[in-house]
Write a protein that binds this ligand. Structure first.
Ligand SMILES: Cc1cc2nc3c(=O)[nH]c(=O)nc-3n(C[C@H](O)[C@H](O)[C@H](O)COP(=O)(O)OP(=O)(O)OC[C@H]3O[C@@H](n4cnc5c(N)ncnc54)[C@H](O)[C@@H]3O)c2cc1C
Ligand code: HEM
Length: 402
């Protein structure tokens, strides 16, 4: 084990070189594999970081007990990338070649043997997870409705060809034939329905590949692909007060969790407060529905936060800080936080300052590095690389999903 960790440190120092070498080697020796990866150079750059970082990271953490369930799910989910057993051998060979190249004189036969065995063990667990899975490799889902709110928000209703199991608060990866081999995660915006349809709320990112296609181009009748549901931010015990804070389409998973609360036979024992943050009134696209639900369920109180017309966005941030300060009771509450990565990071820090209990501030993982080129929140598979503290349990007594 120590041999893996010490040689990992050497590789890490020359990671950029190793990553380039890895992909060049992989695609040169296996030209067919190229088609499984995103075609866009920009996406490939990102992919270089993600796949290689994951490979080296899991190998260096091979003694972590949470690794096995994670790898089984990762293997199950890799079926949607069309990754078969033969590809695992090819990836392993290129990984070892890249490490030998980057490791220089530190790459001894002993080190090579340790990495080779570790890779084999990981690939075997992923392949076993893939083989044992009862789930389809992906769910084809027909777009049955597409609502547009302004230029940049689309609400898609999808009907999967088979029921897709999930808990409110979770997300799925989505891919469209309009942008082949590109998968991005979107939250499911409704509690499970009898007809198994699912809603996604998509906010178009300027220059964003999949979000632009989903908001502007995708039409009813066409089919998108969905991966298995993931994510640990789901409803916790009902015996504590709860606050939901949603910004932009971060409202989607909050809507699903509130629907679950509303469907319960008994109303929550404590009050539930919802803060909805939007960059302007037009982005409060679900306000009529939120108002109607708040009128029906007296335990739900809603505060909308938007900057006044013509005022800078920073004003909304200050108003949110004041509103959260007034809410009080933070140590006792579960706080569900959802929105763009920067919003989540800043609001989580604010809540910690207000005295919220760290393990009860619940949000999906956000990227470790921020700044140009790193704005994208991390995906489902990368959860392991940037794992939030374990905090999740399921109030309904169902087994934790992951
Ligand atoms: C757990 C999770 C749940 C998510 N749920 C939703 C959801 O319900 N609705 C939704 O609309 N999106 C959601 N996202 C974001 C979504 O997965 C995509 O990242 C987003 O749609 C952009 O993808 P793209 O292909 O359009 O952009 P890309 O082509 O990947 O990116 C284009 C450029 O925009 C930058 N960029 C990408 N995303 C963002 C961002 N969010 N903010 C600022 N800059 C960015 C990139 O760095 C890149 O420079 C979620 C993400 C995660 C991790
Ligand atoms: C031990 C082996 C492997 C590990 C640990 C691993 C890990 C990962 C991780 C963590 C991601 C990011 C996933 C996400 O964001 O959802 C990823 C993506 C991906 N992997 Fe793997 N992988 C392995 C083997 C393979 C193999 C054999 C293939 C087949 C060629 C493959 C193809 C892909 C593709 C196509 C993507 C998606 C690219 C994208 O979304 O940009 N991987 N992998």
């Amino acid at each position: 084990m120590r041999i893996l960790k010490s040689s990992f440190a050497v590789v890490e120092r020359r990671a950029e070189h190793a990553v380039k070498y890895f992909y060049t080697h992989l695609f040169w020796h296996n030209p067919d594999i190229r088609a499984l990866f995103p075609a866009e150079p920009r996406d490939m750059e990102r992919q270089r970081d993600r796949l290689f970082a994951a490979l080296t990271h899991v190998i260096a953490h091979i003694d972590d007990e949470e690794l096995v369930p994670y790898l089984r799910d990762l293997g199950r989910d890799h079926r949607k990338f069309l990754a078969g057993p033969e590809h695992y051998d090819a990836v392993g060979a290129s990984l070892l070649a890249a490490l030998a190249e980057a490791g220089g004189s530190a790459w001894t036969p002993l080190v090579e043997k340790a990495w080779s065995e570790a890779y084999r063990a990981i690939a075997d667990v992923m392949l076993a997870g893939a083989a044992a899975s009862q789930d389809p490799p992906w769910w084809d889902a027909e777009v049955v409705r597409h609502l547009r709110y302004g230029a940049d928000i689309g609400v898609l209703t999808l009907r999967p060809h088979l029921p897709l199991p999930y808990l409110p608060g979770q997300y799925v990866s989505v891919s469209s034939a309009r942008v082949p081999t590109t998968w991005r995660t979107y939250s499911l915006a409704n509690a499970p329905r009898a007809d198994h349809t699912l809603d996604l709320h998509v906010s178009r990112i300027e220059g964003g590949r999949l979000s632009t296609a989903l908001v502007r181009d995708v039409v009813p009748g066409e089919v998108v692909r969905l991966g298995a549901a993931g994510g640990r931010v789901t409803l916790r015990a009902a015996d504590r007060p709860a606050t939901f804070i949603a910004a932009g389409t971060g409202w989607a998973p909050v809507r699903a969790m509130l629907e679950e609360l509303m469907a319960r036979a008994r109303p929550p024992e404590h009050d539930v407060r919802l803060f909805v943050v939007a960059r302007d009134g037009a982005h409060l696209y679900d306000r009529p529905l939120i108002d109607a639900r708040a009128a029906r369920h007296r335990w739900l109180a809603v505060t909308y936060i938007t900057p006044a017309p013509g005022r800078p966005r920073i004003e909304a941030t200050a108003r949110l800080a004041t509103a959260l300060g007034n809410r009080g009771l933070w140590p006792d509450q579960d706080v569900y936080l959802s929105g763009p990565p920067q919003f989540v990071t800043e609001t989580a820090a604010l809540l910690a300052d207000l005295g919220a209990t760290p393990g009860r501030i619940l949000h999906d993982a956000v990227p470790a590095v921020s700044g140009p080129g790193h704005e994208r929140p991390i995906g489902f598979g990368e959860w392991f690389l940037n794992r939030p503290d374990p905090h999740w349990h399921d109030p309904g007594g169902r087994a934790p999903l992951r």
